[in-house]
Design a protein around this ligand. Structure first.
Ligand code: ATP
Ligand code: MG
Length: 302
């Protein structure tokens, strides 16, 4: 049976010279989804992607792509990647570079289509080394797409792209997702992840510290929570029926609710006659660096 999972990581750890870059990570990515790995510099995003691509072996743990081993030719032929550090091949024109990559695959996309997808139609005859930084990123995208991959890995793809290129780029990625492709991308920007991804996995020090829909991650990033103690008569299901809650954590009979608007949520809880004792409204709940990382971007989208 075909696995519904595009990517599966189980207990994956990567240690560099005694330092853990990825720490016992479990991650399952569904086919046809767009997932963003979000995290600060050094969080482990590129290391995670390199291991998924089979470019680097994990110190321990297991990785499957499309149900197979990422280091095999059969699986490699079905994936495409736009890496963080890419360099162009000297003395090749844009069109020639794309054709070279097309030749690695049994069923490549047409050159014309790749030029269109990457917005490089007018540049096809110039030397790849003469492209601007942002154009080189777009060439990287064309190369990643050359084999018409089932899974596309994008490591900080929009760095160096201007606003217009970014918008076009994300439109293209969205179009691919709607055609059943799986996309895994990394970014530092919550707003970008929010625009394009259906799921955001927040990585810090090689661990997943939050995983959910963009709206739940935004609520976490806003850092506001309401905590209170309830009696046995209040059930988890009852709280889940209250609108405006993006996450619930329990410690014994004490519930902590995450919300992007705690004032409104408080009024709603009272309306729903939830009997709350020892109510506290606090900011924070996730660790501080995550707060700092995300709050900066968060201001931008409000
Ligand atoms: N080849 C390597 N040798 C030694 N240490 C490495 C190597 N590659 C990565 N690291 C370390 O592993 C950690 C994770 O790095 P990684 O590049 O995966 O982070 P990242 O989340 O991609 O960061 P950025 O947002 O800056 O791209 C860092 O502490 C980094 O210094
Ligand atoms: Mg990186």
């Amino acid at each position: 049976m075909m696995s519904s999972l595009a990517i599966q990581m189980q207990g994956v750890t990567k240690i560099f010279k005694g330092k853990k870059a990825v720490d016992n990570l479990d991650l399952k990515i569904e086919r046809g989804s767009v997932t963003a790995l979000l995290g600060p510099n050094g969080a482990g995003k590129t290391t995670i992607i390199s291991m998924m691509l089979g470019l680097m072996n994990p110190t321990s743990g297991n990785i499957r792509l499309l149900g197979g081993d990422p280091r095999t030719r059969a699986i490699r032929g079905r994936i495409g990647a736009m890496l963080q550090d890419t360099s162009v091949i000297d003395n090749l024109k844009v069109g020639e570079t794309i054709n070279l990559f097309r030749s690695y695959y049994t069923q490549p996309l047409a050159l014309e289509q790749l030029l269109l997808l990457s917005g490089l139609k007018e540049e096809q005859g110039i030397m790849a080394s003469a492209l601007s930084g942002g154009q080189q990123r777009r060439l990287g995208f064309a190369l990643a797409m050359a084999g018409n991959p089932e899974i596309l890995f994008l490591d900080e793809p929009t760095v160096g792209m201007d606003v217009r290129s970014r918008i076009l780029f994300w439109d293209t990625v969205e179009g691919m997702a709607s055609r059943g492709k799986t996309v895994l991308l990394t970014t530092h920007h919550l707003e970008e992840a929010d625009q394009v991804a259906g799921r955001i996995v927040v990585v810090q020090q090689g661990q997943c510290i939050a995983d959910g829909t963009p709206s739940s991650i935004k609520a976490l990033a806003s850092g506001r929570t309401i905590s209170f103690t309830v009696g046995e008569e209040v059930t988890e299901e009852q709280l889940q029926g209250v609108p405006g809650i993006s996450g619930i954590e329990w410690k014994g009979r004490r519930a902590r609710l995450y919300s992007s608007d705690t004032d409104l949520l408080m009024r709603t809880l009272i309306e729903y006659s939830i009997p709350m004792q020892d109510i506290e409204i606090q900011s924070g709940g996730l660790n501080e660096a995550f707060q700092r990382l995300l709050q900066q971007d968060y201001k931008g989208i409000m």
